[in-house]
Design a protein around this ligand. Structure first.
Ligand code: SF4
Length: 353
């Protein structure tokens, strides 16, 4: 199979690009120019890179695919400003990203894989199965494509979260390479603290990530306070049970001195009772962490708890010294939860065929 990274400039670090330019006998600043066109100006064609000599443009057109490795094929904007993008890739696979504007910041939630093998029961992506890993170019291109398509007045993309389709740590090398491209000051210039990787709990990769000792944020999906229930909704728990997972998290915080964000989707009658909050607080006691409570997006089999129950859950955690917050609901009118838009689009296409 072709190596897509060799063919998409979006996946190349500036130094790699400089080396390829040098091989052609072109000066270093040509690489800087191309890098800026791709990552600062979110350029969609080589032709529009008007400060490059024609021979460089022709070489790029011949040797590489388009500057972007994905194409927006569907956009849905919520009344609250959240925008969901559906992208098509070179092999006609589709992936999603969600843009969440807030005063002074814009967070883009991006995908790391086509589909996902982790099969979490509350997730539309998990139910559709795994197709393949994304290349670093496909990961970076989601950000560039959205930056080029944002409505006027939007606060831009200031933060990235790997919380879209797929398990980022199951595509560790490409995700970390993409994150490095995003940090380059000549391109997106996103500081490490503005990037968050969210994992369902792959222990070896959490330890590998801890060894890198970066400032990139780590979020870990917990979703239940005991192994029986966690295994029920997150099959990965059978491989890496809670004790092992939290041990890896403690290694991470000890090595990096960085706070972990634990994601906890509250599902009515399943994991939202006051004694569940006490159990969770017991598990996380003395950890450098924060709990993000997410009233579940209603999918088959799970209902959202009442808001007073959510508030009580948060208060119990806080009373026991665990900082917690409740995630504000965004974009429910546009199927903003992970994997939902892709399902809707597939259904619409099937009906249209
Ligand atoms: S929640 Fe995340 S890890 Fe679980 S199936 Fe969905 S995309 Fe995969």
């Amino acid at each position: 199979m072709e190596n897509m990274d060799k063919l998409h400039v979006a996946g190349l670090h500036k130094e790699e690009l400089a080396q390829l330019m040098a091989e052609q006998g072109w000066p270093r600043f040509r690489a800087d120019q191309v890098f800026r066109w791709v990552h600062q100006k979110a350029s969609s064609s080589f032709e529009e890179m008007h400060n490059l000599p024609q021979e460089v443009v022709e070489h790029l057109e011949e040797k590489y695919r388009t500057p972007s490795a994905c194409r927006i094929i569907l956009t849905r904007e919520s009344q609250d400003g959240t925008i969901k993008y559906l992208f098509e890739l070179f092999d006609h696979s589709t992936i999603e990203a969600v843009y969440i504007p807030e005063p002074g910041r814009g967070t883009l939630c991006i995908s790391a894989q086509v589909g996902c093998a982790m099969n979490c029961s509350f997730c539309a992506t998990g139910r559709s199965g795994f197709v393949r890993n994304l290349s670093r170019a496909e990961i970076v291109s989601q950000v560039n494509a959205v930056r080029g398509a944002l409505p006027p007045g939007a606060p831009g993309v200031t933060n990235i979260v790997f919380m879209g389709m797929g398990e980022p740590f199951a595509n560790f090398t490409e995700v970390m390479a993409a994150a490095a491209v995003m940090q380059d000051k000549a391109g997106m210039n996103l500081g490490q603290r503005r990037i968050t990787i969210s994992t369902c709990g792959l222990v070896p990769e959490i330890l590998q990530f801890a060894d890198l000792n970066t400032q990139i944020n780590l979020a870990v999906s917990l979703h239940a306070p005991d192994n029986a229930r966690r295994s029920q909704v997150m099959p990965i728990n059978r491989r890496y049970p809670i004790e092992e997972l939290l041990e890896a998290c403690r290694v991470y915080t000890a090595k990096t001195n960085r706070r972990i964000s634990f994601e906890y989707a509250l599902m009515a009658g399943f994991n939202d009772a006051p004694h569940d909050a006490h159990m969770l607080a017991g598990l996380l006691k003395d950890m450098l962490c924060h709990v993000n409570l997410i009233p579940v997006n209603p999918v088959e089999g799970f209902q959202r708890p009442r808001s007073d129950e959510v508030k009580l859950f948060k208060e119990i955690l806080e009373r026991q010294g665990i900082p917690a917050s409740i995630r504000k609901e965004r974009g429910t009118d546009i199927e903003a939860a992970c994997g939902q838009l892709r399902q809707v689009h597939k259904g619409e296409r099937r009906r249209g065929e």
